[in-house]
Structures are given as structure tokens and as C-alpha cells.
Design a protein around this ligand. Structure first.
Ligand SMILES: [Mg+2]
Length: 413
């Protein structure tokens, strides 16, 4: 692949009006969601696409202070300089070229991730094969293209609100319902009770990153009690119960046998494997958009294969990222479940009396022409060559970048 052009476009999808979500001890403000669209063009005029930046752990993105505009500039400047004019034979060669750039580590990893996905898209288009076929060849597997989805929705609601969402998503056939608690220990406990009572044919997962974001207001003992309680109620997993780098905290909580999940916030593929090696997580959440693409996720997937830890991609952002992670799930050994973030007015889901979406994120849908094939909580991965999506390049004009953080936590004094 002879690389002629590499471009990054920072885009913002406004949340208008701005939403204020009350959590225990403060308010979280949601302004917008950001996406960086990365386009790699070869000399013969083919284009490969990837998205980055919409969704690294909300927490890291907020605290590190970089804007997605910074990342798009990095792609346009130094990443483009490193790749344009190069002839890439093995996709991993592009990793080497970017790895040599004097960039902050997290931007380098994000750039490698996006370029890896875009090059797989190009390679698939060149060979006339969907990415999952390329990956299945690498892994020596038989691809499965109909994937069960778990829905990722609710954030800081009254317990009854979560129950209502779960009921809608259960009706729509999703494997699981994942939500974000953080309304206070009593409310969080009551939510687990109500959800597990009501759930008939849907698994319940908690994404509890807010618990450790609440500074000391919950405290270690409260978190430990809540984790044990959720486990006793039979939830499927409890995600990010302590700060991502607190491996000792993970190990301590895992002693009771509670099913834990984590990994999205790991800053490198090696970090993913390290977290899995602790034995403290039952579910490892790598993401092609954050862990150096299809190439980067491979070590973690091979580590999990045949062990007591299941690789379940983290996926939170646009339908481009969804497709990318779907190809991985379709081909990787022992990987079968995919995260489906639910945003308001999702055109791929059946109409329901209550919209189970978290908040508006129109760009997530509009960045591609058409929509993913979703039926009864399953997604059929496209067999069109490459990623199998047509990017709607009009989004570059329709969703201009808005500076500033997408979300902010405001704590009561
Ligand atoms: Mg999460």
C-alpha cells in the first residue's frame, strides 16, 4: 500500500441543551461527544477510514486535558509526515513508523490505533475481503458474523428509570443491559435489587467508574460492600470498580469471587495483558480504537484464549468503531460478545415508548451511509470488503469541532 495522504478531522456532536446529571456528591455536565475521523489514502486512490477519540475512558479523556483537536493536528502533521510517500507491506510496519515519532505516549498509541484500522480497511478493499476474513486467516479461525450485543446505556437515574430502560432493551433482544450507577450507596443497591428482580432474559452489568471518581465519598468499604452485593444478586459483571491502575484493589475485590471487568483505560496493549495476568478480571475490555488496532489487540486475545478471562471489546462511540470491533469479535478465538452503546433516537433499533438512549449523539449514526444490520439484539457484520461501511464525508462540514472537554464532573463543596 503506497500511502499518498493521511488526514485527521476533529468533529463534535453537540448535546443540546447541555445535560446535567446529578450523581452522589455533584453534577456531571455533558456538553458534546467528539470524534476524530482518520482518512488514509493510497496512491491508487483507495481510502481507508477509522475513528478515534470518542470514547477512551471518559475519565482519562477529561483529566488529561488534551482536546480531540490536538489529536487531529497530530494526525495531519507528524503522522502524515511519517507515512506519506511510504510503501506499507505489513500493517505492523506502519506501527514502527509512528512509534518513532516524538509524541506523548497516549497520542502515539491513539495514532497507531487509528492507522491500523484504516490500513486494514484498505487491505480488505484491495483484496476484496471483509476485515473479519483477513483476521480469521491470521487467527486460524472460522468467522462468526452474527454477534450477540449487550446494550450500554443508563447513567445516573432514579432506580425506576434504569428498570424501564432495561425492560425496553430486553424486549429488543439484547444479551445484557449495562448501566452507570453513582446515585449514592442506597440508591445503587436498590437499583441492583430492582434490576435483577425484573430481569428475566437479560444479563445485568454495572459500569461503576463513577464510584472511584467520587473521591472519598463512597470509600473502599462501601465499594467492596456494593460489589459483593451486586455479585450476590447475580450480575454478569462489575466494571472498573477501582481506578484502572489499582491492580491491588482489583485483586482484593476479586477475592470474594465477584465477576470484574476492566481494561478500556489501559494505555497500551501490554497493559491489557498485564491486567489480565493479575487474574483479577473475568472480562478484559480491549478496544481496537485504543489498543493499537487489530494488530495491538492480538496479544491480549491470545492471552485470554483458553484461560478464565474473556475478551469482550470495549466499544463506545460511532458506528464506525462499532463495525471495527465487530470484525474483531467475528474472527477472534473465544470472543463472541460486543458492546452496543445506545444513544437517543437510534435509527437501527425498533421504536419504543421510552427511548433507552443515554443522550443524543447524532454523529455516531450519521458518520456512515445506511446503518448496521441489527435484529433481535444481534448484529450481522457486513461482508463488504474492508470495514464494510461507506463514510459520509459531509460530516466534516455538518459537525464542526467545538473546543473544550466533552464532559466535566462538578463536585459539591
Ligand atoms: Mg466502561
Amino acid at each position: 500500500m503506497d500511502i499518498a495522504d493521511v488526514s485527521g478531522y476533529a468533529l463534535s456532536s453537540p448535546i443540546d441543551p447541555v445535560q446535567n446529571r446529578a450523581f452522589f456528591g455533584g453534577v456531571r455536565r455533558l456538553h458534546k461527544r467528539d470524534v476524530v475521523l482518520v482518512v488514509v489514502e493510497t496512491r491508487d486512490g483507495r481510502r481507508g477510514f477509522a475513528t478515534a477519540g470518542a470514547s477512551s475512558s471518559a475519565m482519562r479523556e477529561y483529566f488529561e486535558g488534551d482536546s480531540q483537536g490536538t489529536f487531529a493536528d497530530v494526525v495531519d502533521d507528524s503522522v502524515a509526515d511519517a507515512l506519506e510517500g511510504e510503501s506499507i507491506d505489513e500493517i505492523a510496519d506502519a506501527h514502527e513508523l509512528i512509534a518513532q515519532l516524538p509524541l506523548p505516549a497516549h497520542l502515539r498509541t491513539e495514532a497507531i490505533s487509528a492507522v491500523d484500522v484504516a490500513l486494514y480497511d484498505l487491505r480488505g478493499k484491495e483484496l476484496g475481503a471483509p476485515i473479519y476474513e483477513l483476521l480469521a486467516d491470521e487467527y486460524g479461525t472460522e468467522p462468526t458474523t452474527e454477534l450477540p450485543l449487550y446494550a450500554s446505556a443508563g447513567m445516573y437515574m432514579e432506580p425506576a428509570g434504569y428498570v424501564e430502560q432495561a425492560a425496553v432493551l430486553e424486549e429488543q433482544g439484547f444479551f445484557g443491559y449495562k448501566y452507570r450507577p453513582g446515585i449514592g450507596p442506597d440508591g445503587d443497591r436498590r437499583t441492583v435489587d430492582l434490576l435483577t428482580d425484573a430481569a428475566d432474559d437479560i444479563e445485568i452489568m454495572l459500569d461503576v467508574h463513577t464510584w472511584w471518581k467520587l473521591r472519598d465519598s463512597y470509600g473502599r468499604d462501601t465499594v467492596s460492600d456494593l460489589v459483593d452485593h451486586a455479585a450476590e444478586r447475580g450480575v454478569y459483571w462489575i466494571e472498573e470498580p477501582v481506578a484502572p491502575d489499582d491492580y491491588a484493589g482489583y485483586a482484593e475485590l476479586a477475592e470474594s469471587g465477584a465477576p470484574l471487568a476492566g481494561g478500556e483505560s489501559e494505555s497500551s496493549p501490554a497493559g491489557l495483558v498485564e491486567l489480565a495476568e493479575t487474574g483479577a478480571v473475568d472480562f478484559l475490555q480491549g478496544d481496537v480504537r485504543h489498543h493499537e488496532g487489530f494488530t495491538g489487540c492480538r496479544d491480549a486475545i491470545e492471552f485470554c484464549d483458553g484461560r478464565d478471562v474473556e475478551f469482550v471489546p470495549h466499544n463506545f462511540g460511532t458506528w464506525v468503531g462499532l463495525q471495527a470491533n465487530a470484525h474483531l469479535v467475528a474472527a477472534a478465538p473465544d470472543v463472541s460478545l460486543l458492546e452496543y452503546p445506545v444513544f437517543e433516537d437510534d435509527p437501527a433499533l425498533p421504536d419504543a415508548e421510552t427511548d433507552p438512549g443515554m443522550y443524543p449523539f447524532d454523529l455516531a449514526f450519521e458518520i456512515i451511509e445506511g446503518q448496521p444490520a441489527i435484529d433481535d439484539g444481534h448484529m450481522t457484520v457486513s461482508d463488504v470488503p474492508g470495514l464494510g461501511v461507506d463514510i459520509d464525508l459531509d460530516v466534516r462540514e455538518d459537525y464542526p469541532f467545538v473546543d473544550g472537554p466533552w464532559t466535566a464532573f462538578h463536585y459539591d463543596e
